[in-house]
Write a protein that binds this ligand. Structure first.
Ligand SMILES: Nc1ncnc2c1ncn2[C@@H]1O[C@H](COP(=O)(O)OP(=O)(O)OP(=O)(O)O)[C@@H](O)[C@H]1O
Ligand SMILES: [Mg+2]
Length: 115
């Protein structure tokens, strides 16, 4: 998954720093889907807004979902053994960040890094 994200970022003309930002965000969100969501899938898409081009990634799982999204987004909050920095860190590494989740309905996180 990381390699596929990097290849798409390169194809879009992202520089090394931007490649690394979206790959790192993808790694955190993929790990969350595996660890907290019981596994999931990721969709990669090229998106445009006027002349801007971006890479959009959507992480989808059918796990338990998140009861309190604002709390989950806070740095240092974890229900596991991690540092609780994944979601906040991922948000800071991209331009657009959207999370939809509800108990029993799984979790969907959509991010975009614009070039
Ligand atoms: N896909 C998901 N499904 C269910 N709960 C999630 C999901 N992603 C995140 N969470 C919840 O949000 C909390 C915070 O996530 P975050 O990635 O910030 O920290 P972490 O995964 O616990 O630790 P770290 O990422 O720093 O190793 C998690 O502990 C978990 O309770
Ligand atoms: Mg995490």
């Amino acid at each position: 998954m990381r390699q596929a994200v990097r290849e798409k970022a390169i194809a879009l003309g992202f520089g090394l720093v931007d490649q690394t930002k979206i790959v790192t965000a993808a790694s955190e969100l993929g790990r969350n889907a595996m660890l907290h969501g019981g596994g999931g899938r990721v969709e990669l898409a090229n998106v445009t807004a006027g002349a801007r081009r971006g890479l959009q990634l959507t992480f989808i799982d059918e796990g338990p979902g998140i009861v309190d999204i604002a709390q989950a987004m806070q740095d240092g909050f974890t229900t596991g053994t991690g540092l609780g920095l994944g979601l906040g860190g991922a948000r800071r590494l991209v331009n657009d960040f959207e999370i939809e989740s509800a108990p029993g309905s799984g979790t969907r996180v959509t991010i975009v890094r614009w070039r």
